[in-house]
Design a protein around this ligand. Structure first.
Ligand SMILES: C[S@@+](CC[C@H](N)C(=O)[O-])C[C@H]1O[C@@H](n2cnc3c(N)ncnc32)[C@H](O)[C@@H]1O
Length: 532
């Protein structure tokens, strides 16, 4: 009894600072770095369970030096690393760095997942809060790899919490890098993802596969030793490789890939291939932070001398710490299955078997919106991910082909679509076909979603309207009209600004070079329910 009482004792921020012998500012910093996980009172104040502070102290005392792990965590570009960029240049310290990483992961984890989104049963707040401007988005495995138009995890979290129960099955039919699936595991739901882009499938699988972080640090040492032992390499080759990479970089990436390939366990190998994929982009000539492939003039100089191993270790540190957080917080018996498949077709998921679908489809054809395949191309080539019969993955995605007829019967199922296609066709028939092709595919995906969803269950779509030929395409309205023909009813639409999500805020609505218009600054969260 006495013990229970002591366990639940809560300290406020000042008391926690005195208890740990640090300033209140340090407490805030430690919280930001994920080392402390206070609970919030309804008024938003922090409360620290005393037992978690005690455990933290005991653990940090186990180290000879340095004792306080927060001292060697640094924050750069939204991620937490053990070393700042200049430290990483000192190659000789590689093993020492990995030892420090081992110390970090041996610390206990007390993440309270609710801290990342908790609406405290305030329904007004629930309806209005969709922007999530102040929330961390790279927690757990979410920060493993960039991907275009990633979900803000809190959106998936909020929808899963409200529209499904623990142990339910949640599906994302365009799962991309797997945000919905990661959140499902953290909320004790099983999940299924469907995705056609092989790089996204790899990332989603790695993000949802728990691995003991100690095994990862051991294997990181193994990779570095192997890498250093490989002296002569036959440089990797694909068409135009030297257009995108320096000769030295090609050699170093080849050695690194060979070293990772020697890991026998598939899950661990894939974990490091995802780290490798991040490095590919950093050390290539591609422009930083863009989804389409362009060379950066800043990188095409003698001054650009990327250090492949240092970049790799830096990414591994971030991802191993993320994996530790994930492993400590998921429910052990949940499982995620990612199907490499086409969401417009039957993927073998039994009819009426899914409790909730949450998805964010592409906003339009990849030629004029986000080119997922182009973003993934260099990594996919390095990792041999593309099936031999597929040259351009973007052509396989929805709206990738335009062999459609402008009198397709789908136009009778949505008055808004019919009006939009006719208006575009008056200006440009080919463009109208491309746009129509996207909606025909999207409708097929809605039909498949309807098949797998249980009756009376919810289907949430996050989608933005865009402009083509100076006409705003109301995709949210079109989806609702098409869905009603399939057997869904619309339960509501919420709107959100796009503060964090990486999307082009301007595109070329007329498709003319240099002529842009604003688009996708807001998106809609559509709530459908299957009625028959
Ligand atoms: C908006 S992104 C999803 C991003 C995801 N919510 C995340 O957090 O990473 C849409 C995804 O749909 C995929 N996609 C497009 N057409 C597809 C199809 N026919 N079948 C399966 N996936 C498809 C794209 O490759 C892309 O990854």
């Amino acid at each position: 009894m006495e013990q229970t009482k002591q366990k639940t004792k809560m300290l406020n921020t000042k008391q926690a600072a005195i208890f740990l012998g640090v300033s209140t500012k340090t407490i805030y910093r430690m919280e930001k770095k994920g080392l402390l996980h206070p609970i919030r009172t309804p008024g938003g104040q922090r409360r620290f369970p005393k037992h978690s502070l005690e455990t933290y102290l005991n653990k940090s005392r186990e180290f000879a030096a340095p004792q306080n792990p927060s001292k060697f965590l640094v924050k750069e570009d939204e991620n937490v690393y053990l070393f700042n960029s200049s430290e990483l240049k000192q190659k000789s310290q590689t093993h020492q760095r990995i030892n420090r990483l081992e110390q970090i992961i041996s610390l206990g984890g007390y993440s309270n997942h609710n801290q990342h989104y908790n609406y405290n049963n305030n329904i007004k707040h629930w309806i209005e809060e969709w922007d999530f401007k102040k929330y961390q988005t790279k927690t757990y495995t979410h920060g493993f790899h960039n991907y275009p138009a990633m979900f803000i995890p809190q959106i998936a979290r909020k929808l899963i919490s409200v529209f499904s129960e623990e142990k339910d099955t949640v599906c994302d039919i365009f799962c991309g890098s797997g945000t919905t699936l990661v959140e499902s595991s953290l909320l004790n739901r099983n999940s299924i993802g469907i995705e056609l882009n092989p790089l996204a499938v790899l990332i989603a699988r790695v993000k949802t596969t728990p691995i003991n972080p100690k095994n990862l640090t051991d294997k990181l040492k193994f990779i570095i030793d192997e890498y250093e032992s490989i002296k002569d390499v036959h440089p990797y080759f694909f068409t135009n490789i030297d257009f995108w990479f320096k000769k030295d970089v090609i050699n170093d990436l080849t050695r690194l890939k060979q070293a990772i390939s020697k890991i026998p366990e598939e899950n661990i190998r894939n974990f490091f291939f995802v780290c490798f994929s991040n490095v590919v982009r950093i050390v290539s000539y591609t422009r930083h932070g863009e989804f389409k492939l362009f060379r950066s003039p800043n990188k095409m100089t003698d001054k650009f001398k990327p250090d492949v191993t240092s970049e790799f270790i830096k990414i591994c540190e971030n991802n191993i710490i993320g994996m530790k957080e994930y492993v400590n917080n998921i429910f052990p018996h949940t499982h995620s299955r990612i199907i490499m498949g086409d969401a417009t077709k039957d993927n073998g998921i039994p009819n009426n078997s899914v409790d909730l679908i949450i998805t964010s489809p592409p906003y339009g054809d990849s030629r004029t919106t986000v080119a997922y395949g182009q973003f993934s191309r260099l990594s996919s080539q390095w990792l041999d991910l593309l099936p031999p019969n597929i040259k351009d993955i973007d052509k396989e995605l929805i709206g990738g082909k335009n062999n459609v007829n402008l009198s397709d019967p789908i136009l009778d199922k949505s008055i808004t679509l019919k009006f939009s296609i006719n208006s575009i066709a008056d200006k440009d028939e080919e463009r109208a076909k491309e746009v129509l092709s996207f909606y025909i595919d999207l409708n097929k995906a809605l039909i498949q979603a309807h098949n797998i969803l249980k009756p009376n269950k919810y289907f949430c779509l996050i989608i933005g309207n865009r402009t083509v030929k100076e006409l705003v395409l109301k995709t949210d309205t079109i989806i609702c009209e098409l869905a009603e023909n399939i057997g869904f009813i619309q339960q509501g639409i919420f709107y959100r600004n796009i503060p964090n999500k990486r999307m082009p805020s301007r595109n070329s609505p007329t498709n003319e070079a240099g002529k842009t218009g604003s688009t996708m600054l807001k998106e809609s969260i559509i709530l459908l329910r299957k009625v028959y």
